[in-house]
Design a protein around this ligand. Sequence first.
Ligand code: AMP
Ligand code: MG
Length: 364
Amino acid sequence: METAVFKFEHDMPVRNYPAPRWTGDEYRALERAAELIRNGELVAFPTETVYGLGGNALDPEAAGKIYAAKGRPSDNPLIVHIADCFEFYRLCSEVPDEAMVLAETFWPGPLTMVLPKSFKVPDVTTGGLGTVAIRMPNSAVAYELIQLSGVPIAAPSANLSGRPSPTRGDHCVRDLDGRIPMILWGEDCKVGIESTIVDLTEETPAILRPGIITPTAISKALGREVIIDPALLVNHKPYGVADGDGLLLEGEKDAPAPRAPGMKYRHYAPKAPMTIFQGEPDDVRRRIETEKAKAEAEGLTAGVILFSDDAFEEAARNLFADLRKMDDEGVDRIFAGALKQSDERGFAVMNRMLKSAGYNVIDV
Ligand code: AMP
Ligand code: MG
């Protein structure tokens, strides 16, 4: 299949600039992409979190194509992207007031809400679940594509399953060229890790996937307690969190199944074996230098991922791109420095970094 790749000059957040002025070429590309979506085809498009691989969320065949193009297991549900809160009433059987509060506070933005699904959402889209995950992304290209399509767009990250999520247009081209009819190449992703997922279907709202919008911010917006899915804490043995803070779950035997099915899969994996070093930043830096020198003495090449101590947002923005760069360079080993997980954004980035490294962590 021939893949049309179109580059935008005018992608931007819609939160602050609601009316982008497209060039004629840009608008025609958006119309073409919307037509593909309406015809049940797939289009990769930018969002502020990571690039999405989109199809008509209400068309079971289109949703099925997404799983096939990515090589994604079919029990891993898709997030449905909308451009107007009105869609709540088409997609959900019930819309709690708290969904509106969170939408007003954080949308368009990197927050996904899980709500009871309506009969209009096909089972393929939700991996057979009775709930649907919904988000309004903060990208002008995404916004216009959804508006012009006239349908909500189901989209997982636009990578091949198991590869790091794409945060730049060229990442999508690399993974999906020849597999889908069109790629919209907009801005580099400003957030860089996937959205926070909050489940609003139970008594107490629960974070199913950590992201840049923190549990504390959600709890503040709702004015009540928010819990963290205990499955998220398994295998996190945080540096920067005092013992007894309830996050030390090393060696937990009966690990609970995550409530976001996708969280159980191997994810974000670079090709080279990756080790995370955690401890005081200076010790970590020295240890990584030593390990790198040791690897090089054995004739191996090593890549280093080391963010400055509290640059959580920069780390989120760059982690996946850095992992892909190491793949492209063909390094033999990857050494990374842990981020402080006592910061909720640090915790969110570490959730991805730990998966990338297969939980291979050394305390220094
Ligand atoms: P991705 O599209 O690659 O960002 O993955 C979407 C994530 O959202 C996966 O981890 C899914 O398991 C999760 N997800 C989607 N729909 C639901 C749902 N209805 N309930 C819980 N988790 C969901
Ligand atoms: Mg993904």
